[in-house]
Design a protein around this ligand. Structure first.
Ligand code: FAD
Length: 321
């Protein structure tokens, strides 16, 4: 059966996040030949509508309102519900990001819809979508199907391949006016911590350090390596707890979940809670002094050695390249 599927695109720092294009690809599959409508929420969404069409959305709805400039739960929830009311889709797809994780359960509860979260793959069986998602902290995968009614889906970044961009594609661009009221939270100002720039959740390469890195100074070397590899820096909770780096870098069960093409683990033992956030990375390289460290069980390449010898060698090699 063909379906109308709505995508909630995500914007960060004035740019569309990659997960928006992945969500369009996922929506195309679920729609099974039906219409994919992508909604862009913000105070002014400018040219981003044309970009989304080039990635395969059939139609765009711009939802512009001053209260949508930054994410707040109340404003986004109200706006999304109003867009859903106008569009009446059979399914909604968003990224399994901080925003998607926060707002979709609320929308699902308001609309009594089924919610399948953290999806890493979608297939059609008899024209109906079957979603694959990790369970038991990534140790196993389950397949889920929603038998009837509205389906809400959040997709894990970096797992569903976006459609190739076709610059000649055009499509309809509409606007939906929304009314936003009774906000309990208002963003007055955003003060950002200066970071390396590559978004950890969407990075293709992650350079992560653990307690074995031993100091904040040790993390500087990892930052240098990350810069050379156009990678994001990540960390174990051990490293965050020891104050070697900020908690925003924590990867794992209680941190961020990443699925890069290449994951470096320097001085990380590989506790189950850490593996929950990175074990689905495509290629894992572990450097650890302890040959028995559990990280080697998930690593594709392992170096039993001192990271303070291995990292300088890598830096030297990359700088010479
Ligand atoms: P350690 O376990 O201390 O390992 C350090 C490693 O560095 C060792 O394997 C050692 O051999 C190696 N090493 C030391 N020196 C060197 C050197 N010079 N060269 C090479 N290797 C060296 N952890 C997370 O990461 N993310 C989470 O989200 C998370 N959530 C948790 C939730 C709960 C409820 C609980 C109970 C725990 C959670 N943890 C989480 C903590 C987790 O159990 C581990 O304690 C933590 O991951 C350990 O961090 P680590 O590997 O950096 O440190």
């Amino acid at each position: 059966m063909t379906k109308k599927v709505l995508v909630m695109a995500e914007i960060r720092d004035g740019e569309l996040r990659n997960v928006s294009f992945e969500a369009v690809a996922c929506a195309k599959l679920i729609a099974n030949g039906g219409e994919v409508v992508a909604a862009l929420l913000g105070d002014s969404v400018g040219e981003m509508a044309n970009t989304l069409i080039q990635y395969g959305a059939d139609r765009i709805v711009k939802v512009e309102h001053p209260d949508l400039k930054g994410y707040t739960t109340d404003a986004y929830q109200q706006a999304i519900l109003q867009v859903m009311d106008v569009e009446q889709p059979e399914s909604l797809v968003m990224g399994h990001t901080a925003i998607g994780k926060d707002v979709t359960p609320r929308i699902a509860a308001k609309l009594s819809a089924g919610l399948v979260s953290d999806v890493v793959n979608v297939e059609l069986e008899g024209g109906e979508p079957v979603f694959t998602r990790p369970i038991y902290s990534g140790k196993a995968f389950e397949k889920k199907q929603v038998e009837e009614g509205l389906i809400l889906v959040t997709i894990r970044p970096n797992n569903i391949i976006p459609l190739e961009r076709v610059e000649s594609l055009t499509g309809e661009i509409d606007s939906v006016q929304v009314e936003i009221k009774d906000l309990r939270t208002v963003i007055k100002d955003v003060v950002k911590k200066a970071t390396g720039g590559v978004d950890l959740a969407e990075a293709k390469v992650v350079v992560a350090g653990g307690r074995g890195v031993k100091s904040a100074e040790g993390f500087k070397q990892l930052e240098e390596l990350a810069q050379l590899l156009n990678a994001a820096v990540g960390a174990s909770r051990g490293a965050c707890d020891a104050d070697y780096c900020n908690y925003s870098l924590q990867i794992g069960q209680t941190g961020k979940v990443v699925t890069p093409d290449l994951y470096f683990a320097f001085g990380i033992s590989g506790a189950i809670q850490h593996l929950a956030g990175m074990s689905n990375s495509k290629v894992i390289v572990a450097v650890n002094k302890d040959p028995e460290a559990p990280i080697f069980e998930v690593a594709d390449y392992g170096i039993v050695g001192d990271l303070f010898e291995v990292v300088p060698l890598l830096l030297e090699e990359l700088k010479g390249a």
